[in-house]
Design a protein around this ligand. Structure first.
Ligand SMILES: [Zn+2]
Length: 422
């Protein structure tokens, strides 16, 4: 059982703490991660006060502070015996499209039968446009609650299923409202204006011109979105079109993320490097030259292996080659109704371990600290470091190597979301 309303001040003792403190002390996101970097503390304690981690380490280190907190918080202070189980930072999902209406179950039937999808993204765009704001909010709340129950305490949500000025502003406003819910995942919004060409536009060029002329500036002025994203893919947007859109966004303070080389090799990774994007996402069909460019540019690779698995793509992104070349790797769900209806980073970790060759500690860093870096949040979340928000999970295993080994069941017994304000 995952508790719905967790306390803000509590002690977890008798834990196998996976603090990631050595990794968090390094300057910037790391590509090569050693098991020793995970900062594992056997029989460790974690103390949270008012939703902020105040100590995490051995009992001897924490004892004085714990006694002080007990007297300070009295009966509102909770105490958990982890029984030797893993206590890890809350997961950070750095790539989702979690705000949409309707489903694409019919497309899944087609996919499984080897037929082209009958609905496509146009179906989701139409359903999302029809949905009222309260419906979208309700859908979003249900999904975020499910994500939290599976360990996600921070989630990036992209707009991009309305693709009109007012509709995109509405989706971003719903993201902002979702992020205000106490005890639920923190939301970081991304303006994914160049997601698809909506049916009323004849060409991608016309639509990009509309975005640049009429949408980017109001979105930036709204102040909800922190990033901008585009779908660089054959049949969607070319590198030139993505560049026009993302440069316009960057001029208004929205840093670039980019869907790159997801379904084919179409030039997105080189564009991400050229734009110094925060991250390049998917990278299924990336080349060695692309990897070198991303490494040189300092981009983070946000890999979404559940998408390639769901679609039955012939390969996964070359995670080990990226890491060997010096590109930090984060893992994300890509949660969306068409190509990855999976909201669980636990499933993503399993697929990354099985099909990308990531080791358990690498996968854990990829869904915590490296993902936090990709969202500009590494100073706030992503490790069990005093001063960071108390986003904390208790998992039903006792050894790091078991993370991603068991799959198909939820290993999260407790998911705490710390304070969102400080
Ligand atoms: Zn995506």
């Amino acid at each position: 059982m995952v508790e719905a309303a967790a306390p803000r001040s509590y002690l977890i003792h008798n834990a196998t703490l996976v603090t990631l403190q050595p990794l968090a002390a390094a300057a910037g996101p790391q590509a090569r991660i050693d098991a020793d970097d995970m900062g594992v503390v056997a029989r460790g304690c974690l103390l949270a006060e008012n939703g902020v981690i105040t100590t995490a380490g051995s009992y001897a280190v924490c004892a004085e502070r714990i006694a002080h907190a007990r007297s300070r918080f009295g009966s509102s202070f909770a105490d958990y015996d982890a029984g030797g189980r893993l206590v890890v930072p809350g997961f950070v999902d750095a790539h989702t499209h979690a705000l949409f209406a309707g489903d694409r179950a019919a497309d899944f039937e087609d996919l499984a039968a080897g037929r082209p999808p009958r609905l496509g993204m146009a179906h989701t765009i139409a359903a999302t446009r029809r949905a009222c704001e309260d419906e979208l909010l309700t859908h979003g709340r249900e999904r975020l609650d499910l994500m939290r129950r599976h360990g996600t305490t921070t989630v990036e949500i992209k707009s991009g299923y309305d693709l009109t000025r007012d509709g995109e502003l509405r989706l971003l406003a719903v993201c902002e409202r979702l992020g205000r819910d106490a005890g639920q995942p923190r939301v970081i919004a991304t303006f994914c204006g160049a997601h698809a060409v909506p049916p009323e536009y004849g060409t991608a060029d016309d639509f990009v011109a509309y975005l640049c002329r009429d949408v980017v500036e109001p979105v930036a002025r709204q102040g909800v979105a922190r990033f901008a994203d585009a779908f660089c893919e054959i049949g969607f947007f070319s590198p030139d079109q993505c560049e026009r859109f993302l440069r316009r966004c960057a001029a208004h303070g929205l840093r670039a993320r980019l869907h790159a080389e997801e379904l084919s090799h179409s030039g997105g990774a080189q564009l991400a490097a050229r734009l110094r994007a925060v991250c390049a996402d998917h990278l299924t069909f990336i080349t060695p030259a692309d990897i070198a460019a991303l490494a040189h540019a300092g981009c983070i690779a946000v890999l979404c292996p559940a998408t390639a698995a769901f679609l039955g793509l012939p390969r996964q992104a070359p995670a080990r080659e990226l890491m060997a070349a010096g590109v930090p790797v984060a893992l994300a769900t890509d949660y969306n109704p068409g190509t990855c209806p999976c909201f669980s980073l636990q499933m993503v970790i399993h697929i990354a371990r099985r099909w990308m060759g990531l080791q358990a500690h690498e996968a854990l860093a990829a869904v915590t600290l490296n993902a936090a870096y990709s969202l500009g949040l590494a100073g706030e979340v992503g490790s069990l470091t005093p001063g960071k928000r108390a986003d904390v999970l208790i998992l039903g295993v006792r050894d790091v190597r078991e993370v991603g080994y068991w799959f198909g069941a939820n290993l999260v017994s407790h998911a705490f979301v710390g304070t969102k304000s400080g």
